[in-house]
Design a protein around this ligand. Structure first.
Ligand code: SF4
Length: 607
């Protein structure tokens, strides 16, 4: 009798089939029909949908033989629970579906698979097939309306993260915090903002992930230590998080979250330096990787940017003298703060009742600002790293038209991030730009998954083709980037189904061949289309008539003499900081008792 893993149900196994595909998309003869499979340890596990998804991961990682499948050409697997034939007859279609199954989760997410489960929407909606920013931050000092201004500024930064939002305020004596899962407008209302008293505030929006435990990782984090309270909001990713956390835990620190940001609070609390700013600097000196941080204490607002300046952080002033920090200038614009300058890489800016001071205490390196902010993340109305995002994207579109011209009747964009580059392409090519795809703004994160047979409707719900624009036309479609290629293939199919005679894809970035370790949620490189396939193979995979990327050397020449001050590691493989990705399981958080509930943070000692 088969032994079962402790983690799997001993109930009757679900009937299931695995359909396996070769690299050339052929459905292999030896389909596997089984109700269970063997784990590497030899134990037998029943085959259910989530098992199939895990199995797909194993296959993608080349561990197929351990699971009993030894065919080296096996590259994809598709599971159908309770059916006897593939739902989609076309094997190429099925390969894409299979890839989207194993491609749903990054290694970081995969580490939380056991307790969080899969997001059934991720691959289906196509949302996982894009680079995703990990957060936006705001800080305000010296305005009685601090919480409301913070709310508005977070709203302006909503594109940087939609999973959760939080605000912490200080009235000079105590701090209050509200965090919640959802959009800024879902987490906060008048009543909640009214509870956030004080003239200083920090806020945070967080990127979208799956799982019910997301709330414990929603920032800002607040902690009390021997000399008071401190709150922190972070944009970026610490590459030495695992080491720091292990060291802190060895010395007795107890962690509440699975976020790398929490180590910063522990480093501050355990530092022997005095006063608070020295503690903070001492803590930041131990961090490696990307961090744009805002801190709030009872009487201070502090902004810090890592020595490489990977992620943006700007500062400005309101007319009443209130200081504002934000990830992008679009947040300053909304709350009528005048942009002053960027927080410099390695700089610590401190604001309190005595005024503003700046410390450049951390060893300064060559700046390595993330070029992807200009390609995809930032809003086109923002100025990021001293350059207009709109101008960058428009110029990139022009370069694409110079480098990869093609006879066409119309230029369209994949909205929204491909829009400005498409305008640049159309202007340079002298071809009309039209809106050939309409984006739905109402497909939320909680949209109910339809049945298996209509799952391909996902991309159609997000993007609707305009038949009048596309029918009988040779179409150039401009998108910002290709990650796994699954969404691109669906878009090409959508445009062809709408009657286009030719579809030429132009990508406003170089091929992505590596993961990011500096604050962007990315898949493993093995899942990236351009890591696996060359341009011609990629074209074939997405089904376009032609495919062209922005050449890396043209991107660098566009940046001119500033090119060495930008990170382009996900295209070039030239990583400025050694990548040491961490995977640490999370713990329940005292901040996650109730979504959107207010928490009072009383100082526990003298300031
Ligand atoms: S690796 Fe890519 S996404 Fe990450 S910081 Fe560098 S340019 Fe930006």
């Amino acid at each position: 009798m088969a032994a079962h893993c402790c983690s799997c149900s001993p109930s009757a196994p679900t009937a299931a089939k695995l359909f396996c595909y070769s690299a050339s998309s052929q459905l292999l003869n030896h389909q596997i029909s089984s109700s269970s499979y063997a784990l590497p340890c030899g134990r037998i596990r029943p085959l259910e949908r989530s098992s199939c998804e895990r199995l797909a991961f194993c296959l993608a990682e080349g561990r197929s033989s351990k699971l009993g499948f030894s065919n080296p050409s096996l590259t994809a697997v598709r599971c159908e629970v309770g059916v006897s034939e593939p739902v989609l007859g076309d094997s190429q279609e099925s390969l894409r579906e299979g890839l989207s199954i194993f491609g749903q989760k990054s290694p970081r997410n995969a580490s939380q698979e056991e307790d969080e489960g899969f997001n059934p929407m991720g691959g289906w909606m196509g949302e996982a097939d894009s680079w995703r920013e990990e957060c936006g931050v705001v800080g305000i000092f010296g305005d009685e309306e601090a919480s409301k201004l913070c709310y508005l500024a977070l709203h302006a930064l909503q594109h940087r993260g939609q999973e959760g939002a939080g605000i912490v305020t200080s009235d000079g004596g105590s701090m209050k915090a509200i965090t919640g899962v959802g959009l800024v407008s879902e987490v906060f209302n008048q009543e909640k903002l009214g509870k956030l008293a004080g003239s200083s505030a920090i806020g945070h929006v967080r990127y979208a992930t799956a799982g019910e435990s997301a709330l414990r990782n929603v920032q800002p984090f607040v902690a009390g230590y021997r000399f008071g309270s401190v709150a922190v909001a972070h944009n970026g990713n610490l590459v030495n998080y695992k080491e720091l956390r292990a060291r802190l835990e060895e010395n007795g620190s107890i962690f509440n979250t699975s976020s790398d940001t929490e180590v910063v609070l522990h480093l501050i609390a355990t530092s022997k330096a005095r006063p608070f700013i020295s503690r903070l600097v001492h803590a930041c000196e131990q961090l490696e990787g990307a961090y744009s941080l805002v801190f709030l204490t009872e009487d201070k607002l502090v902004a810090v940017r890592d020595p490489y300046g990977f992620r943006p952080l700007v500062m400005g002033w309101r007319k009443n003298g209130a200081l504002v920090f934000a990830s992008e200038t679009c947040a300053l614009d909304l709350i009528e703060a005048e942009f002053e300058r960027e927080v410099n890489p390695g700089e610590v800016v401190v604001m309190d009742k005595d005024g503003i001071s700046s410390l450049c205490v951390m060893h300064r390196r060559q700046r390595k600002a993330c070029i992807f902010e200009h390609i995809y993340f930032a809003l086109p109305n923002s100025v990021v790293f001293g350059r207009s995002v709109y101008e960058s994207r428009y110029r990139i579109g022009q370069i694409l038209a110079e480098e990869s011209p093609v006879d066409c009747d119309v230029v369209i964009a994949v909205p929204d991030s491909g829009m400005v580059a498409a305008l640049g392409y159309a202007a340079k090519a002298g071809v009309p730009f039209q809106q050939g795809l309409i984006r739905s703004h109402y497909v939320g994160r909680t949209f109910i998954e339809p049945s298996q047979k209509i799952r391909d409707f996902g991309v159609k719900l997000k993007l609707a083709p305009v038949h009048h624009v596309l029918k009988g036309k040779r179409v150039v479609v401009v998108d910002d980037s290709i990650v796994r290629g699954t969404t691109s293939s669906k878009i090409v199919r959508l445009i062809k189904q709408a009657g286009a005679t030719e579809v030429h894809m132009r990508i406003a970035s170089p091929p992505i061949t590596g993961s990011c370790y500096y604050g962007v949620d990315t898949p493993r490189k093995e899942e990236l289309l351009s890591y696996r396939l060359n341009v011609e193979e990629s074209r074939e995979f997405i089904g376009a008539d032609s495919l062209a990327f922005l050449p890396l050397e043209r991107l660098r020449s566009m940046l001119g003499e500033e090119a060495p001050t930008f990170c382009d590691a996900c295209f070039s493989g030239q990583y400025p900081v050694l990548a040491r990705p961490a995977e640490v399981q999370g713990y329940p958080s005292p901040l996650s008792a109730e979504n959107g509930s207010a928490i009072e943070c009383k100082p526990v000692g003298a300031a």
